[in-house]
Design a protein around this ligand. Structure first.
Ligand SMILES: C[S@@+](CC[C@H](N)C(=O)[O-])C[C@H]1O[C@@H](n2cnc3c(N)ncnc32)[C@H](O)[C@@H]1O
Length: 434
């Protein structure tokens, strides 16, 4: 197969991090593809061959999918889309016993119905196949053999084969999850934005509100040099044009397995809920990194620092979906999974009876958290993902960085706080990012 334009969609705001990741991943293996990387809207573009597409599936932590461009052209109406799709030799990608699906996304498209645009692509594919073989494939919206993605801009259409199948944030190891798990790709984006790459000089990492363990597991895999895609399969493995690559794919995976090493740096995690720590531990087992994470069921408001310096990385409880718990919470007695908090000692009971001065609000939780960090974590750097733009005020800390990130449809910021003993303010060492 010849090289083709490839589009890697990602979460809004993550594009520059993804571009850096892809350049680094391909620098040695596919330098020309690495040089072709360009920032796009909602993703990154490059030109590469099948080996590049396979490597991206195996190694990228930030891409949501790998889309292989198969046709493109100017359009005014649905008939033009039909003509664009008719130029493809579909019999090389799908046979009449297999199934397909077409999804259309649009930015400023003049077309009234995206559904109709998808139908015209499907019609063209079926007509090409019928002309070639006398038969046509069916549509299967749930488990198609061939999944197509049509991107419509104002007057330009691009048609891709989705080589990934299930979105790449599904790494294949997360079965147990709590109420508000992060996507694995977003956890990886938090780590990438912080500059933590699992090297000794990056220092140990702690997520004290780990939920299903997403941040800690991504971090532990990075610390062990483990590729993100080692634990799942991808749609391209069953697509005819990639059959010739089967051996190269097995060799690529074997080399990635051999590269795995002992963790270069310690990763710690825990949650106030025993049930969540248990979920996270089981997820870590499936992800092959139990040995690289020290889990502890503990209240973040009391947990002592596991090292003199390090990095706190968390998306703390917020809003109504996930309540803050622990010694300082309103103490409804049970956590939101119906379990007792980990250590309801005398202080916890006092907290339960009295709540915080302001009535147990999230503000009180964050004030207590930062007070604890100032006492117990001087010298640490904390990275906190939150949808609350006023989090620094609630924590009575000044952020030294603020990175915009989207958690699904929720606009968030990743705040960096440089923790200083006893100070009411973190130490700003860089201008806030807009
Ligand atoms: C937004 S969730 C974290 C989700 C996690 N990043 C994931 O991907 O699954 C917040 C977590 O904080 C935990 N939590 C609430 N209060 C806590 C406390 N005082 N100490 C430790 N964990 C707490 C909740 O049990 C919940 O699992």
């Amino acid at each position: 197969m010849n090289p083709s334009p490839i589009f890697l969609p990602c979460a809004a705001g993550v594009e520059p991090l993804l571009a850096d990741e892809v350049r680094a991943l391909l620098a040695e293996a596919a330098p020309r593809a690495a040089e072709s990387v360009q920032l796009g809207r909602g993703g990154v573009r490059l030109v590469g061959g099948p080996a590049t597409a396979m490597r991206l599936h195996l190694e990228s932590r930030l891409a949501a999918r790998v889309l292989w461009q198969i046709a493109a052209g100017r359009y005014r109406d649905e008939d033009d889309l039909y003509d664009i799709a008719r130029t493809v030799r579909w019999q090389e990608w799908i046979n009449a016993r297999q199934t397909l699906r077409v999804d259309t996304t649009a930015v400023r498209s003049p077309l009234q119905s995206l559904h109709f645009a998808s139908l015209r692509i499907k019609d063209a594919l079926c007509d090409v196949l019928r002309d070639a073989t006398g038969e046509r494939p069916d549509v299967d919206p749930r488990h198609p053999h061939l999944s197509l993605v049509l991107h419509l801009h104002e007057d330009h259409a691009t048609l891709y084969v989705d080589l990934s199948g299930e979105a790449l944030f599904k790494r294949g190891w997360r079965e147990a999850q709590g109420e508000a798990p992060l996507k694995e790709t977003l956890a990886a984006a938090m780590l990438a934005a912080s500059g933590w790459h699992g090297r000794e000089q990056d220092g140990p990492l702690l997520d004290p509100c780990c939920g299903a363990g997403t941040i800690a597991i991504e971090a532990a895999q990075i610390a062990c040099g483990m590729a993100a895609g080692l634990h799942r399969s991808f749609a391209f493995e069953k697509l005819a044009p990639f059959r010739a690559e089967a051996q190269a794919w097995q060799e690529m995976k074997a080399a990635a397995r051999e590269r795995v090493h002992a963790p270069r740096v310690a990763v710690h995690a825990g949650d106030v809920s025993f049930r969540m720590t248990d979920f996270a531990t089981r997820n870590a087992e499936r992800a092959g990194v139990t040995h690289a994470i020290e889990f502890k069921t503990a209240d973040a408001l009391q947990r002592s620092a596991p090292a003199e310096h390090g990095v706190l990385m968390l998306n703390p409880p917020y809003g109504e979906r996930i309540d803050a718990k622990g010694t300082g919470s309103t103490g409804r007695g049970r956590d939101d999974h119906g379990f007792e908090p980990a250590h309801r000692g005398a202080r916890a009971d006092a907290g339960a009876r009295q709540g915080f001065e302001d009535g147990g609000s999230p503000t009180a939780f964050f004030a207590a958290l930062s007070a604890h960090w100032k006492r117990a974590y001087p010298g640490w750097t904390a990275w906190v993902l939150s949808p609350d733009a006023k989090l620094p005020q609630a924590m009575r800390l000044k952020e030294s960085r603020r990175v915009p990130m989207w958690n699904g449809p929720i606009e968030c910021r990743l705040f960096r706080f440089d923790l200083v003993a006893g100070s009411n303010r973190g130490k700003p060492d860089a201008a806030s990012d807009a």
